[in-house]
Design a protein around this ligand. Structure first.
Ligand SMILES: [Zn+2]
Length: 237
């Protein structure tokens, strides 16, 4: 009993996962919900954390298989075809640095590395656009947290094009990712990039969407961000 209470006080817990490439079972850290304390949530749902906050859940978004090095998020496409597994072996496993333990606690630079590994791993297996969009967006938030504006914008740009591709190819699961959310994100990320015409077009598709009555949150946010985009556009001229 006492032992259980002690372990409950640890902000991190181990989550068991199975590697979709080599089937290895391993555990990766996650942050317990009650220890997640963001300083603000932005209009693209990015949560910001204090620089010295080691309980940043973004640090643990990606899982890195200690056996083959394949890195992935919970959105990973399963099963991974054999030809893709062979590519992972040549490009990742054979070049792996076994001295780094990604299954334990992580700091900013380790977290940054895991996102880049996951993006690369995803490219090798032909990952879904929605998974790339989420990875790029979270890496952008990580950079926003340390005010690395150029890097943040680089990954926002990649995220928006992945959201667009996901929308065009319908590779998202509408049960946990409503289409209206994707449209809102394309609008909002374009606004952040200064592409105001594109932003307005997508915000309009949110407010006119057939599912708007079931997704009032996104409709209200699209209306607010529409106004902001118009103001920003006028200020730019
Ligand atoms: Zn593996």
């Amino acid at each position: 009993m006492e032992k259980k209470e002690l372990s409950d006080m640890n902000p991190l817990y181990d989550k068991k996962v199975q590697c979709p490439v080599c089937n290895h079972l391993f555990s990766s850290k996650k942050v317990r919900t009650r220890f997640i304390k963001s300083s603000r949530t932005d209009s693209d749902f990015g949560m910001l954390f204090a620089r010295d906050d080691m309980n940043n859940p973004l640090f643990y978004y990606v899982m890195v298989c200690p056996q083959c090095g394949f890195s992935f998020s919970e959105d990973v496409k399963r099963p991974v075809p054999q030809t893709a597994k062979d590519r992972v072996k040549i490009e990742i496993t054979d070049k792996m640095d076994n001295n780094i333990d990604y299954c334990g606690e992580r700091d900013f630079s380790m977290a940054e590395k895991t996102f880049k590994l996951a993006i690369y791993s995803g490219q090798l297996i032909g990952e879904k656009h929605i998974a790339f969009a989420r990875l790029c967006l979270r890496l952008a938030w990580l950079y926003r947290g340390i005010e690395k504006r150029e890097e943040e914008m680089r990954f926002i740009k990649l995220a928006v094009s992945e959201f667009e591709q996901s929308y065009i190819n319908s590779d998202f699961n509408p049960e946990n990712t409503p289409e209206i959310y994707i449209l809102y994100m394309i609008g909002e990320l374009n606004r952040r990039l200064g592409n105001h015409n594109e932003a307005l077009k997508y915000f309009a598709s949110v407010t006119e969407h057939p599912d708007k009555s079931r997704n009032v949150k996104y409709v209200n946010m699209a209306r607010n961000q529409w106004k902001l985009a118009v103001e920003e556009y006028k200020a730019k001229k």
